[in-house]
Design a protein around this ligand. Structure first.
Ligand code: FCB
Length: 451
């Protein structure tokens, strides 16, 4: 262990009702892509295209969680986690688009029952990026029909699980759905068109807002929110140009989501720089997006440093790779204070209440030692320092109510395939054996109050 952990938090430093657990997502762990009446997803299609996934892999098997879910829930329970954020695979529910697929619903029935039987509170994410391919073929998130299809899906799932699931997250990281999916093309469906990406971001937000009353009607005691990926944005220098570029970047990354969700409408400076790429907004959309949620989720990984780059895309900026700062194996800057900063900002600038860290974690090159255990002192240090950062935010009066570690298991890390391991439990993908890494053992002991 590094000396950084001398200052490690204790569970008793946090309120007794603070929620602790893990997050995962369907495509990243389930596998079994051709089973149980699941239809094809955009990620199945994307992975078939050469060069899209770094190691040429896919989520076809992933952690085989579809078959090993009981073992995985046992592992969760054994860590002392009391909440579990997982996502529903829309392609398992889709059926023929009108009548849902009963087998898919039955799978999540038993998964949820399995959590409740183990004393784990289920937190459902409805959309964590696995869109049914048939909807993409009809235009995907760029068209309004997909919003309607999402509402139908949200209705079906919340009706079915609502007597047992009280916590609902409509979307995971709308920025990634829109921008990685349609602007830089790094994620499915792999498009590269800024105006399309912007329209997708709007449609995703509208689908969130319109889903709120549907979920609440089906689940009167529901708590409904959204999980945003936010990044502290720093200027590469003190020059006016870099400061302005950083502000623009912050606009598209952060304010584009926070502002409309908290009733301020889209930021005018971002709309201005979008020009013709600005989204088509229908009457009522802005009000729908601004509907009050019960909580907000923050997925936090790293800050970004931005320099002015004339002519470089609509933002006229570029991300600068600063030398000499601590980074994970994914090259993401390690900055726990960035987490405190965002939590404070969400509360002070937007009045956000009931904030949950719905994802936070790190990837390192894990190699099991002679006794089979992965010694991952860097991930442990990352975890400890980020929990301290949450504690700091709470000390500054921010109502943070829970923390979900990303992730329970090493899994399919999107365009990076299996190269990036984020689990607190190691997965040997040849045998599908799971074992808690040193960091996972620490988190377990922390949750059990042993440390
Ligand atoms: C987030 C995603 C999650 C995982 C982590 C590392 O952006 O929501 O699925 O890939 O990054």
């Amino acid at each position: 262990m590094t000396s950084n952990n001398d200052n490690a938090p204790k569970r008793s430093d946090f309120a007794g009702d603070f929620l602790w657990g893990f997050a995962t997502s369907s495509y990243q762990i389930e596998g079994a892509i051709n089973e149980g009446g699941r239809v094809k997803s955009i990620w199945d299609t994307f992975c078939e295209q050469p060069g899209k996934i770094r190691d040429g892999s896919s989520g076809a098997v992933a952690c085989d969680h579809y078959h090993r879910w009981e073992e995985d829930l046992d592992l969760l329970r054994d860590t002392g986690a009391t909440v579990y954020r997982f996502s529903i695979a829309w392609p398992r529910i889709y059926g023929d688009g009108k009548t849902p697929n009963e087998e898919g619903l039955a799978f999540y029935d038993k998964l949820v029952d399995g959590m409740l039987a183990r004393g784990i509170q289920p937190w459902v994410t409805l959309y964590h990026w696995d869109l049914p391919q048939v909807l993409q073929d009809q235009g995907g998130w760029a068209v309004r029909e997909t919003v309607n299809a999402f509402l139908h899906y949200a209705d079906i799932v919340s009706k079915r699980l609502g007597n047992r699931v009280k916590h609902w997250i409509t979307h995971n990281e709308p920025w990634c759905t829109a921008m990685h999916g349609h602007w830089d093309g790094m994620h499915a469906p792999g498009m590269k068109d800024f105006a399309t990406a912007v329209q997708c971001s709007h449609n995703v937000l509208v689908s969130h807002g319109l889903a709120l009353p549907i979920i609440r009607r089906n689940v009167p005691d529901a708590q409904v929110g959204i999980a945003l990926s936010l990044h502290p944005t720093r200027a590469a220098s003190g020059s006016a140009e870099d400061l302005a570029a950083a502000h623009r970047h912050d606009g598209l990354r952060n304010r584009w989501y926070l502002d409309p969700l908290y009733g301020k409408g889209y930021p005018q400076d971002v709309l201005d720089l979008m020009g013709h790429a600005a989204p088509r907004i229908e009457p009522g959309d802005v009000e729908a997006i601004a509907r009050k949620t019960d909580f907000v989720g923050l997925n936090y990984y790293f800050p970004e440093v931005i320099a002015h780059a004339p002519g470089n895309g609509p933002l006229e900026g570029r991300v600068v790779h600063v030398e000499g700062v601590e980074r994970t194996a994914f090259n993401w800057e390690v900055s726990p204070e960035g987490l405190t900063e965002l939590l404070v900002r969400m509360n002070k600038d937007y009045g956000a209440q009931n904030i949950y860290v719905t994802e936070n974690g790190s990837s390192y090159e894990d190699v099991p030692g002679p006794d089979g255990t992965v010694q991952d002192p860097q991930r442990l240090s990352y975890l400890v320092r980020h929990l301290n950062a949450v504690r700091d935010a709470i000390a500054r009066g921010v109502p943070v109510k829970g923390y979900f570690a990303w992730s329970l298991l090493d899994n399919f890390e999107w365009a990076e395939g299996y190269i990036r391991r984020f689990g607190l439990a190691y997965v040997d993908f040849a045998t599908q054996q799971r074992s808690l890494k040193l960091s996972g053992q620490w988190y377990r002991d922390f949750l059990k109050g042993i440390r």
